[in-house]
Every structure is written in C-alpha cells, then in structure tokens.
Design a binder for this molecule. Structure first.
Ligand code: G1P
Length: 276
C-alpha cells in the first residue's frame, strides 16, 4: 500500500515577499500552525507516514520544524505551555521525515522527479501545501484518494470546478465521467487560456502517482513557462495507461495567493482553531 507522501517545498513564495525573504513560504502560519504542517497532518491521517520533502536553499526552518527542538522542549516541559506543542509532537511521533534538495527550479515535474531518490519504486502521494484542503469533520482529501487508489491502482489527481476567469491558473483535465465525481482522464492541459480549456475541472495540489511517472518525467520536455510539468507527464500516463480525476469532498483554499491565505486564516480561526 501507499506509505510515502512527497512535499515539493522548494518554491520561492515571491507573492508573499518580503515575508518570505528569509522564511520559507510553507512556514507561514494559518493562525497558529505553519501551512506545511496542515499538509503533513493530512498525509498522516491517510496513513502516509513517511514524509519526503523536496526542499531547496533557504528552507532549513522546515527541516527544523519536523525535528525535536530540544531547548524549547526542556524549557516548557511540565509547564502549562506544553499543550501548545501537542499537535507537532503528534506529527513527530507518527511520521518520519526525509529530505532532498532541488538545486534548480525547473518546475513541479522536475521537483517530483528530484524526489525519486526518497520514493523509490512504489506508489506515493503528493501534497502541494499551498493548497490547504479542509473537510471539516470528515475524511481528509488524501485519505479519500487513498481509498480510491485501492480500487483503481492508477495515478489519481484531485480536481475542483473553477470559474472560467480562474482556469488559466491551473492544470485542467477532460475525461469520461465514470460515476459521480470520478473521471477517467483523456486530456490534460497546463494553464490553458479560458477559451482553450478542455473543461472547468482544475487540478488541485493532491496527487497519487504510480512510480512509472518517474521514467515518463525523465522523457518529458519543458512545457508551459519552460518548466517540466507534472500535468504533461500525467497526460502521457493517461494515454499509455490510466489516470483518474477525483472531485474531492471538502473545501480548498489557495494559500499561494494573498486572498486565499486570508480566507483560509479566517476560516480556520472561526471553525477549527481552539484557543487553549
Ligand atoms: C501547480 C500545477 C497545476 C495545478 C496547481 C494546483 O501549479 O502545475 O497543474 O493546477 O499546482 O495548485 P502552480 O500553482 O504551482 O503554478
């Protein structure tokens, strides 16, 4: 079964400058928890406890976050403040964390290929922590996808309907509807113009990939914006075999944009955050 989840976290986060000048964008907090921790908690909830981080320069804070902070632990052990560490302690108890560095930014497909050394020859999840997915009270998105994978044994992408004026920000799929919310993909385009989009179903940053994707990525030429796109590799996989798209249960916040980040903050503060 799937045990590993890959987190591409090497991106610069230019939209949040100057906040991200020396701090990784994945460490920006939604209320009291860094974005990347929400993603890791979603992976662990789905039983993907071997976390593989594709990092880059200036991302050490992420590695430190997923390690014991000895001085801090020592200082607040036995005090009333200990409760603030409970969520990260829980993550550290359940997960293992491996890292490799992406030396050049050549696109999401390239980042995923860089993670091959941590994944090996087995199916794995991918979470883009910019996309914060919350299924309040229900099963997380990655857990929903793992359930589908057990049935179909092929790569799966999460999708969501988006308005026409937003479509050019996403990878977009087209496919045959198999049952409610599940499609067999027959076309995929990275960031099309609204009038060239094959549908209104946009890919959200959750994937389950079978390991043949690595060989396909090695042969994938740079596409949109001169980058190696996972969308292009998945189209090859769909044509040669099978890729499914799944309209997930839950809501998603685009925390790569300031508006989405603020929206997520308000939602978490009002609905999830528990002041202790
Ligand atoms: C990436 C993918 C795109 C996908 C999006 C989801 O784009 O390339 O296909 O729709 O993530 O967030 P990015 O947002 O990194 O430009």
């Amino acid at each position: 079964m799937i045990k590993k989840c890959l987190f591409p976290v090497a991106g610069y986060g230019t939209r949040f400058l100057p906040a991200t000048k020396s701090m990784p964008k994945e460490m920006l907090p939604i209320v009291n928890k860094p974005l990347v921790q929400y993603g890791v908690e979603e992976a662990i909830e789905a039983n993907l406890c071997e976390i593989a981080l594709v990092t880059g320069r200036g991302k050490r804070a992420i590695a430190d976050h997923f390690d014991t902070a000895y001085e801090l632990e020592h200082q607040i052990a036995g005090t009333s403040k200990e409760k603030y560490l409970s969520s990260i302690r829980n993550v550290l108890d359940k997960g293992t964390f491996a890292m490799t560095r992406q030396r050049e930014m050549k696109g999401l497909g390239h980042a995923i290929l860089t993670g091959e050394v941590l994944i090996g020859n087995e199916p794995f999840g991918v979470i883009l922590s910019d996309d914060l997915c919350i299924n309040d009270g229900g099963e997380g998105v990655m857990a929903q996808m793992v359930r589908l994978f057990r049935q179909f044994r092929c790569s799966i992408v999460a999708v969501q309907e988006v308005p026409a004026d937003q479509i050019e920000k996403y990878g977009v799929i087209a496919g045959e509807s198999l049952k409610d919310g599940l499609y067999r993909v027959d076309n995929m385009v990275e960031k099309p113009k609204a009038d060239e989009a094959p549908s209104n179903l946009a890919i959200i940053g959750r994937y389950i990939l079978t390991p043949d994707i690595f060989d396909i990525l090695r042969d994938t030429q740079p596409g949109k914006n001169g980058e190696i796109q996972i969308t292009d590799a998945l189209l090859t996989q769909a044509r040669e075999g099978c890729v499914m798209a799944y309209k997930f249960q839950g809501r998603r916040f685009d925390c790569g944009s300031v508006d989405g980040f603020v929206e997520a903050t308000n939602f978490v503060y009002e609905n999830i955050y528990q002041p202790e």
